[in-house]
Design a protein around this ligand. Structure first.
Ligand SMILES: NC(=O)c1ccc[n+]([C@@H]2O[C@H](COP(=O)([O-])OP(=O)(O)OC[C@H]3O[C@@H](n4cnc5c(N)ncnc54)[C@H](O)[C@@H]3O)[C@@H](O)[C@H]2O)c1
Length: 433
């Protein structure tokens, strides 16, 4: 089919190989053609190509790949601090881009991407798959319908368990220079959800953050689990070779560039906090209380929207040592029922696939022809920029002890554009900015 999108995949770690490689070709093959794979680690790229079941050529150099294969879409799945360079080169070659989150890690990098998008007239999508989770879509519909009146505050708390949370301390994510810290790398999802739910922009942030478990807080340390003298007594010991996927995609290719996936979570040079809280004030006067914790016995989140007419509340269970229902329940509680039920329990089924079906919905919205986007779930570069900026502001506040104004960090992001963070439905619903 001639109208298939000819895409190149840059970065063949777990994310590139699964979400944007194997799964994309398995489910959306009639809309896309993989024309090139690029990674600085040739063995990982080869392993990924086998897992993806493709025969696309492999490149170590992105510029050469762009020049020789002329993709019309580049999907960027490399470490966070490298996104801007690859996004800008791809846009300049004439391609559109889907970049993994966070879009970038610094104000300068955000600027480069926004400038290149403007200059080239191409499009950047940011992979904010959480917007597409079934519960997120349902909550967004309820907010748009005005179920709780004007939203005045949000309680938002995210819990990462000792497996998922620790993974960020094993590799490049643990360094602020590479990931922007977890206020950027991880919280970009959460800040984006808030921006999208509230259809507004964060104005000021104050935050606290610290290392409480990992890094220099650990009782002992080594270089990496595989070689560690403490493996018998370490709660965080990871045996990469016991997992055939991780062994083939990470451990064996690590011989080429020394990038191993089982770095000690207690390395003394780790500088990203593992425990974070932030208060955020929005342009529409909503106040948010947010936290992110990375060593919990549970995985999931709690979010509650408090409004003039009531409250919407969700406790999303993802993993915990007790049984939970096979679906989610959103509570809608009314201040003044006036003939309506004081409380409604809205059940939202789980769908198969990543993020309870959210990953598939994201790919459908981007790749299936004729898809509409009534909830404005498809995220622009501006949305990518705002959520990263909120994380940068939070980190800065936690380091300085001062309240940080986002417009002081990047004034141009707030000039003359109103709050247009996403699609037309939100502007149409408007009125509650
Ligand atoms: N949206 C989500 O839910 C989600 C989930 C996981 C990861 N991610 C994002 O996906 C991205 C990749 O994550 P990952 O866990 O697969 O990372 P990873 O470190 O496992 O893989 C990154 C790959 O990029 C390659 N690479 C590094 N620099 C490069 C360069 N300059 N040019 C070409 N290749 C280069 C590395 O060799 C490696 O193979 C990150 O930005 C991460 O934040 C998003």
């Amino acid at each position: 089919m001639d109208n298939k999108r000819r895409f190149a995949l840059v970065g063949t770690g777990n994310r590139g190989t699964t979400m944007w490689g194997r799964e994309l070709l398995a489910g959306w093959r009639s809309f896309v053609d993989l024309v090139a794979i690029a990674d600085t680690n040739s063995l990982r790229a080869e392993r990924a190509r086998t897992m993806i079941a493709s025969n696309a050529p492999i490149y170590g150099d992105v510029d050469r790949m762009l020049a020789e294969t002329r993709p019309d879409l580049v999907i960027v799945c490399t470490p966070d601090d490298t996104h801007d360079d690859i996004v800008v080169r791809s846009l300049e070659s004439g391609a559109d881009v889907i970049t993994e989150k966070p879009m970038a890690t610094t104000v300068e990098k955000i600027r480069r991407i926004l400038d290149a998008e403007r200059r080239t007239g191409r499009r950047v999508d940011v992979s904010f798959n959480y917007r597409f989770a079934p519960t997120a879509a349902r909550i967004k519909e309820m907010l748009l319908a005005g179920e709780i009146g004007r939203v005045t505050s949000v309680d938002f708390h995210w819990y990462l368990d000792t497996e998922h949370g620790a993974d960020y301390f094993r590799r490049w994510h643990a360094y602020t220079e590479r990931s922007g810290s977890l206020f950027v790398h991880k919280a970009t999802h959460h800040f984006d959800l808030l921006n999208w739910y509230l259809d507004s922009a964060p104005v000021t942030v104050s935050a606290f953050a610290g290392l409480q478990m990992y890094g220099r807080k650990g009782p002992f340390r080594g270089l990496r689990c595989k070689l560690c003298p403490h493996k018998e007594r370490c709660d965080f010991y990871l045996d990469l070779e016991a997992d055939p996927f991780l062994d083939a995609l990470y451990e064996q290719p690590s011989e080429i560039d020394g990038y191993f996936r089982d770095g000690c979570v207690f390395r003394e040079d780790i500088d990203t906090p593992d425990t974070m809280v932030a208060n955020i004030r929005y342009r529409n006067n909503v106040h948010v209380s947010y936290s992110l914790n990375t060593f919990q016995p549970i995985e999931g989140h709690h979010i509650a929207f408090n409004g003039t007419e009531g409250r919407i509340e969700l406790r999303q269970y993802e993993d915990q040592p007790w049984e939970t229902a096979p679906e989610d329940t959103i509570l809608l509680v009314r201040n003044f029922p006036k003939g309506k039920p004081a409380v409604e329990r809205i059940t939202v089924p789980h769908f198969p696939g990543g993020h309870y079906g959210g990953d598939d919905r994201l790919r459908n919205t981007i790749f299936k022809p004729g898809m509409t986007d009534p909830l404005g779930q498809r995220a622009s570069a501006r949305a990518g920029a705002l959520s990263v900026l909120c994380g940068i502001a939070a980190l800065q506040s936690s380091l300085s002890g001062k309240v940080v104004r986002l417009a002081d960090l990047m004034p141009e992001l707030f000039e003359g554009e109103g709050d247009a963070l996403a699609g037309p439905a939100q502007s149409a619903a408007g009125g509650r900015r």
